[in-house]
Design a protein around this ligand. Structure first.
Ligand code: AMP
Length: 512
């Protein structure tokens, strides 16, 4: 064991995990790792406040691998995982699966990642073999449970990652359903970037005398990110962005827009300016999202334009630049967004382009993070000339949709593979997020699908790419909408919804 890793070994990690850590090149545990690893190894429940970029994934993955490996209970039975890691988005799920594989490469444990938007059949097949660690988004997990493919009665360790985001995305009912299927005797870990009252409530309902750890004060942004604001008219934002990218010769910049349509349009416009850009959002097929992300990660794509949800969990080492092309409506999202840069010790730059109608949002963000973000003027782009309210696109409220088809219901930012889904307004609030992305495009437009089963020892057992079908609804429709926290149901087969054990195809708000 390298003496470099003494700090990791002091945390109680086994030699095989230390070897895997050595392969990653990490030398020192991050603060969340220092705090969380011994606690998790001790077997207790954990409530952790850690934003993305702090190294939290290794903070829970390393000790849970060790506990599973050392458990006297032995290996998993087919269909009955021993550890469940629940995450809000596909990207995050895929990334955690990668970490599980990386850190567990010298252990004989098997892991599988499952999420929606891809063919369920390979996931069904993979679950016929023993899977120790199941990484899942809530919707697809419940589908698999509903089809009696996954049984959660043997779960020893539960991890809820990015719990705040899961609540933002309206997964509370799915989470509760999952919790009802778990044994009461288990270890539970909850990670969240922000600690709202709802998170505390959730934590209370699922954790047993948890230890609390926190690595960043509530809702603060990492000190390693240099934040600046450019006050600029909306009509000049695109040319300012092109200018900044070219002037600074940024090689890798993640740009956030509020809407899927806006992301597409901006990527196209940047292309016309000679800057290679791709958009990722929930209306893109999983294959397109994966491809764009891979290109961006390996440095062959200069600009990735993303919506908040699609970008969730994007983890790129030393991502130097994040641009808020539009400010998020929910101030906490600003913290999440700029958490993409300045990760694990490297420095980064977060720039926000703010027009007259976003000044209020900026104030909200500054209040949340407890500091004023410096404003920088750029020649040719100074002064706000647009009238307040002139950049807000208000839409007539849509009439309530009753008994929406299951296909339509499935097309959300989180899960849709369809094509449409435009809905824009620059005014709004957090809860609207839950509805805004539902579109009426056809589920059958599902594109390339990927499913992976990975052995933790690094051998991939099964990687499939499919096109076409998405095994969703078998005709049972449950329509839930979460606007303003009110839920609406139209159930054509309510019986099947109970306790997640119903027939296949029961619908819920779709994760990913
Ligand atoms: P996370 O917060 O889990 O998304 O991790 C953020 C980034 O930190 C990932 O790219 C990890 O590979 C990296 N990381 C995790 N632990 C360490 C460590 N001890 N030293 C350096 N980088 C780390």
């Amino acid at each position: 064991m390298s003496s470099d890793l003494s700090k990791f070994s002091e945390l109680g990690l086994a030699p095989k995990l230390l070897d895997a850590i050595a392969d990653t090149g990490y030398t020192t545990p991050t603060p969340i790792q220092t705090k969380a690893i011994p606690l998790v190894l001790g077997g207790g429940d954990l409530l952790a406040a850690a934003q993305t970029g702090t190294g939290k994934t290794a903070g829970f993955t390393l000790p849970l691998l060790q506990r599973l490996n050392e458990s006297a209970k032995g290996r998993a039975k087919p269909g009955k995982p021993r550890c469940l890691i629940l995450t809000p988005t596909r990207e995050l799920a895929a990334q955690i699966a990668e970490s599980v594989q990386t850190y567990g490469k010298h252990l004989p444990l098997k892991s599988l990642v499952v999420f929606g938007g891809v063919n369920i059949n390979p996931q069904r097949m993979a679950m016929r073999k023993p899977v120790d660690i199941l990484i899942a988004t809530p919707g697809r997990l419940l589908d698999l449970v509903g089809q009696n493919i996954v049984n959660l009665s043997e779960i020893d360790i539960l991890v809820l990652d990015e719990a705040d985001r899961m609540l933002d995305m309206g997964f509370i009912h799915d989470i509760k359903k999952v919790l009802r299927l778990l044994p009461t005797r288990r270890q539970s870990l909850l990670f969240s970037a922000t600690f709202s009252t709802d998170i505390r409530k959730l934590a209370h309902s699922l954790l047993n005398s948890p230890q609390e750890v926190s690595v960043t004060p509530r809702n603060t942004t990492t000190e390693l990110v240099e934040q600046t604001v450019h006050m600029v008219d909306k009509s000049k934002k695109r040319s300012l962005l092109s200018l900044l990218i070219k002037q600074h010769d940024w090689s890798q910049v993640l740009v956030f827009t509020k809407t899927k349509h806006g992301a597409n349009r901006l990527a196209e416009q940047l292309g016309k300016d000679g800057i290679e850009a791709l958009a990722i959002h929930g209306n893109k097929s999983q294959a397109a999202r994966t491809k764009a992300l891979a290109k961006f990660k390996n440095g062959s794509l200069q600009v990735l334009v993303a919506t908040d949800i699609a970008a969730r969990g994007i983890d790129i080492e030393h991502l130097p630049n994040v641009v808020n092309y539009e400010l998020p409506h929910v101030s906490e999202d600003y913290v999440h967004r700029i958490g993409r840069t300045g990760r694990a010790g490297s420095t980064g730059q977060a720039i926000s382009l703010v027009n007259i109608d976003e000044v209020k949002l900026l104030k909200g963000i500054e209040k949340l993070i407890g500091k004023k973000i410096p404003q920088v003027e750029i020649e040719g782009y100074t002064g706000l000339t647009e009238e307040p309210g002139s950049t807000i696109v208000e839409r007539k409220p849509r009439p309530p949709r009753r008994g929406r088809s299951a296909n339509a219901q499935n097309q959300s930012e989180k899960g849709g593979n369809g094509n449409s889904g435009k809905r824009q307004s620059t005014s709004g609030h957090a809860s609207r997020r839950q509805n805004k992305n539902a579109s009426s495009s056809n589920q059958q437009n599902g594109k390339s699908n990927t499913s992976q089963q990975q052995e933790v020892n690094g051998n991939r057992l099964n990687t499939d790419n499919h096109s076409g079908d998405s095994q969703r609804n078998n005709g049972n429709t449950k329509d839930r909408q979460g606007a303003n926290g009110n839920r609406k149901r139209s159930s054509t087969n309510a019986k099947n919804q109970r306790s997640g054990n119903g027939q296949s195809g029961n619908r819920r708000r779709r994760a990913s």
